[in-house]
Design a protein. Structure first.
Length: 733
C-alpha cells in the first residue's frame, strides 16, 4: 500500500518477530537495485489486528503495525525500494538484540524506449516512464544527450499518454503507471552527424528542472553516422530523345540533417554545373538489406532525366548526388555530396560503311554515322575523296534515314542521332578518276554548303579502288558461211565501265587497216567471269554475243575484233573510251577445192567436186577450166552453177568459208582428138567477169589429174569377098 503527499512516500506494514519489550522499532529504506540504504526512521508501533490474527503468540503481535513516511527526494534515481523492519536496542537503529525483517522489493520507477531512431531529419522517440516521483514532479521532460560530447542537445516538455498496458505488465504499484507513455521528435542538426546519443526522461518542476527531479536514463544508444554509400544503375544517353537517363541510389546518414535531395549534372570539360533537379526518393528495400546501417537506406532510390542542349555536345559529364538542408531549388544551403565515378562523353563519333562499290557508272555508298555533334550541326554531307590525288572529287548533302538497329545497340545507341544515323547515295564516275583509290568522309556541318564548323569521320572500314584493269576472252569468233556472217561471243570485264558505260564491238580489217563495222551491244550476266575476275568492276555483267554481216569488200582480208567501252555521245573521241583488242583472227581468204571425179567417159571428160572460196562472195562467176599440162594451155572452160553442199557447211573447217553451203560442182568437157596423149588438171575459178577473166580467185585442184593416153589395138575377125562386096569385121580399141 502506498500513501503519498507532496513530499513523502508513506509505507504501512507490520512486524512482530523478535520483539523484546523496550526495543526501538526502525524502518530502513534500501535502494532495491543495490541494497544501499537511502533512509531510516524510528517508527511507533500501532495496533494491528491482522498481526494478532496471523501471529497470536508473537510477543507484540497485537501491536506489530507501523506507519513509515519516506521523503520523496530519497527516491530520486531509485527505480525500486526495499524496506527492512528492525527491532533493536540501539538508539541509532543499528542491529542490537533484535532482528530484521526484509520486505519484498517494491518497484518505484520503470521505463522503456519503444523507438529511438532517425526518420528523415528527425530523431523519433517513444516509450514510457512510470515513476512514483511523478506524484511530486508533475512535468515530464525528454532530454537528448550527446554522448560523444557529453552535453545536452535539447529537451522538450511532453504530455503523458495513457498506458494501461504498463500497469497490466506488473507496474501497477507505481503511481502513474496508467499514464506513463510519451512520444516526441528532435530535429537533427548538421553538427550531430557522427555522434552518439541517449535519452533521459525526467519528472521535475519547471522552475527546478535541474535541481529536483527523478530521471529515467535509458540505456538505448542512437548513433547518427556520417557514412554514405551510392551506386548508379544507369547513367546513359537516350539519343532518340536527346536525354541523359539517370537512376540509382544514394544512402547517407547525413539525410537526417540534409533532407532535400538534389541531382546535379556536372560538366567536367568546362568544370561547371550544367543542370540540377530536386528529386523525391523512393523505397529501396534492396539497399536497406545491403547497407542497413546507414540512415535512409530504405528510401534511397531515385530516377530522372536531363535534357541535352547543344552547348553540352563534345563534353564529359558526371553526376553529383547532393543532400541539402535547403528546399530552395536555387540555393543549396548546407549539404553533403556524393560524386559518382560514372562518366558520359557526348563526343561519340563512329561510322561504318555497309557498301562502297561501283555499280555501272555510279559509286554507291551506304552505311551509318553516329555523332553527338549532329544535334547542333544539322547538315550531313558525304564527301568522295581521291586518296591518290589527295583532293575531294564530289560531295552530296544527304538526309539521314531511320536506324532502329543502331538505337538498340548498347554502345552506339547512346549517340544523340542513333535513331536516325543511316545514309545511302551515289556519285557519278568520271573518266578522270579511273585508277585512283578513294575513301568516304561523312561530315556534320553547321553550314548549308558543308563548310563552316563541322565534325567528320574518315570512314576507314572500306576503301574503293577505281582500277583501270581489264580482262577479256572470245568464246567464238568465226564465219557462218551459210549466212555470210561473222559470229562473235565472249566477255570483256573492265574497270573503265564505271566511266564508259556504252559497249561497242568493232570489226577491224587488219589487211586494209581500217574499221569495217561496229555495233552497240548490251552485256548480259556473267557469274563465271565474276568468280574468276571479281576484282574488276563489271565482271558480273560482262558477256556479249552478236554477228556481223560479211560484205564483198572484206572478202580476202584478215579481221580481228575490238571491244570498246565508251561514253554514249563521245564514242569516237580520242581518250574517251577503253579498248580491248582480241588476238583471235578471221581470214576471209579461204580457198580449198577437191575433185571427187576427173575421168573420161566415152567422148566426155567428167568432172565433179567442190570449191570453197571466200572470194566467191564478190566473184560470182564460177568457171571450170580444163588445162592441158602437157601443152601448158587451156583446152576448155565452162561456167557452172554451184550446187548445195550441206556436208561442207557442217564441216568445222570448211564450213567457215563464205560459199561453203553452195560449193559443189559437176560438168563434163568434150574429148577432142588433139587431147589424146596429154595430161590434164582442172582449175576452179571464181571471177567478177562473165567470161571468167577480170579479177578472179582460182584453185588448181591438185588431188586428181587426168592422163588421156594414145594407146590402141585392133583385130580383124573377117576379111573376105562375098559377091560384089568385101566383108570386114573386127575391132579397134
Amino acid at each position: 500500500m502506498i500513501e503519498s503527499d507532496d513530499c513523502r512516500s508513506g509505507k504501512r506494514g507490520l512486524s512482530t518477530n523478535q520483539y523484546r519489550k523496550g526495543m526501538d522499532h526502525f524502518v530502513i529504506a534500501l535502494n532495491g537495485s543495490t541494497n544501499q540504504e537511502i533512509y531510516r526512521s524510528k517508527v511507533m508501533t500501532v495496533p494491528s489486528s491482522a498481526a494478532g490474527q496471523a501471529y497470536p503468540n508473537a510477543p507484540i503481535s497485537t501491536d506489530g503495525g507501523f506507519s513509515f513516511a519516506l521523503p520523496a527526494d530519497k527516491l530520486n534515481n531509485v527505480s525500486s525500494l526495499r524496506l527492512v523492519s528492525r527491532y533493536t536496542s540501539q538508539a541509532n537503529g543499528n542491529p542490537a538484540g533484535g532482528a530484521d525483517y526484509w520486505y519484498p522489493t517494491i518497484t518505484t520507477k520503470a521505463g522503456y524506449l519503444d523507438q529511438f531512431k532517425v526518420d528523415g531529419n528527425n530523431i523519433i522517440v517513444s516509450g514510457w516512464h512510470a515513476d512514483d516521483m511523478a506524484a511530486k514532479y508533475r512535468t515530464l521532460y525528454l532530454i537528448l544527450i550527446d554522448q560523444t560530447t557529453g552535453r545536452e542537445i535539447g529537451r522538450q516538455i511532453v504530455t503523458n499518454d495513457h498506458s494501461n498496458d504498463v500497469a497490466q505488465a506488473g507496474y501497477s504499484t507505481i503511481v502513474n503507471a496508467r499514464d506513463a507513455r510519451f512520444s516526441a521528435k528532435f530535429m537533427v542538426q548538421p553538427s550531430m552527424l557522427g555522434h552518439s546519443f541517449r535519452l533521459i526522461s525526467r519528472y521535475s518542476t519547471p522552475k527546478l528542472a535541474n535541481q529536483q527531479y527523478s530521471d529515467c536514463d535509458y540505456a538505448n544508444t542512437l548513433h547518427i553516422g556520417n557514412a554514405q554509400a551510392a551506386y548508379l544503375d544507369n547513367f546513359s544517353v537516350d539519343g532518340a530523345k536527346g536525354q541523359i537517363k539517370v537512376s540509382g541510389w544514394h544512402a547517407a546518414d547525413g539525410t537526417a540533417a540534409y533532407p532535400t535531395h538534389f541531382l546535379i549534372l556536372f560538366d567536367q570539360t568546362k568544370n561547371r554545373e550544367v543542370a540540377h533537379q530536386i528529386v523525391k526518393n523512393v523505397a529501396s528495400p534492396d539497399v536497406a538489406k545491403a547497407e542497413g546501417q546507414i540512415a535512409n537506406t530504405d528510401n534511397a532510390r531515385f530516377s530522372t532525366t536531363f535534357k541535352i542542349t547543344p552547348e553540352m555536345i563534345g563534353d564529359q559529364f558526371v553526376l553529383v548526388s547532393r543532400y541539402s538542408n535547403s528546399t530552395d531549388a536555387n540555393n543549396y544551403g548546407n549539404y553533403i555530396d556524393y560524386w559518382y565515378g560514372n562518366k558520359i562523353n557526348l563526343n561519340q563519333n563512329q561510322a561504318f560503311l555497309d557498301n562502297f562499290s561501283v555499280n555501272g557508272t555510279k559509286v554507291n555508298v551506304s552505311g551509318w554515322h553516329v555523332d553527338d555533334q549532329a544535334l547542333s550541326h544539322t547538315h550531313h554531307y558525304l564527301i568522295l575523296f581521291d586518296q591518290t590525288n589527295n583532293h575531294e572529287v564530289a560531295r552530296q548533302e544527304v538526309k539521314n534515314l531511320a536506324s532502329p538497329d543502331i538505337a538498340r545497340n548498347n554502345s552506339l545507341g547512346m549517340a544523340l542521332n542513333a535513331a536516325n544515323a543511316r545514309f545511302s547515295t551515289s556519285f557519278n564516275v568520271e573518266p578522270g578518276i579511273l585508277g585512283d583509290r578513294f575513301t568516304l568522309i561523312s561530315r556534320y556541318s553547321d553550314a548549308a554548303n558543308g563548310e563552316g564548323n563541322y565534325f567528320q569521320n574518315w570512314i576507314a572500314n572500306k576503301h574503293l579502288h577505281l582500277g583501270n584493269a581489264q580482262a577479256a576472252y572470245l568464246d567464238n569468233f568465226s564465219v557462218d558461211g551459210a549466212k555470210d556472217q561473222i559470229r562473235v561471243s565472249g566477255w570483256h570485264a573492265a574497270d573503265g565501265t564505271a566511266a564508259y558505260p556504252t559497249h561497242l564491238l568493232i570489226l577491224f580489217d587488219q589487211t586494209k587497216n581500217h574499221e569495217v563495222a561496229r555495233q552497240i551491244v548490251k552485256n548480259v550476266a556473267s557469274p563465271d567471269v565474276a568468280k574468276a575476275e571479281g576484282r574488276i568492276a563489271n565482271a558480273g555483267n560482262a558477256r556479249f554475243s552478236t554477228t556481223f554481216k560479211v560484205t564483198p569488200e572484206i572478202a580476202g582480208d584478215q579481221l580481228i575484233l575490238v571491244s570498246r567501252y565508251s561514253n554514249p555521245s563521245d564514242e569516237d573521241k580520242a581518250g574517251n573510251y577503253v579498248d580491248y583488242w582480241y588476238g583471235n583472227k578471221i581470214n576471209l581468204n579461204q580457198n580449198q577445192a577437191f575433185l571427187d571425179n576427173f575421168s573420161v567417159n566415152g567422148t566426155k571428160v567428167d568432172v565433179s567436186g567442190w570449191h570453197v572460196d571466200d572470194q566467191a562472195l564478190n566473184h560470182p562467176h564460177h568457171y571450170l577450166i580444163l588445162f592441158d599440162q602437157t601443152k601448158n594451155q587451156e583446152v576448155a572452160r565452162q561456167e557452172v552453177k554451184n550446187l548445195a553442199s550441206p556436208d561442207l557447211a557442217k564441216n568445222s573447217s570448211l564450213g567457215t568459208a563464205l560459199n561453203a553451203a553452195n560449193a559443189r560442182f559437176s560438168t563434163s568437157f568434150n574429148l577432142e582428138p588433139g587431147m589424146l596423149g596429154d595430161r590434164f588438171t582442172l582449175i576452179s575459178r571464181y571471177s567478177d567477169t562473165a567470161g571468167g577473166e577480170g579479177n578472179y580467185s582460182q584453185n588448181w585442184i591438185a588431188n586428181k589429174h587426168l592422163q588421156i593416153n594414145h594407146k590402141q589395138a585392133g583385130f580383124l575377125d573377117n576379111f573376105r569377098v562375098v559377091g560384089n562386096n568385101i566383108i570386114i569385121s573386127g575391132w579397134h580399141a
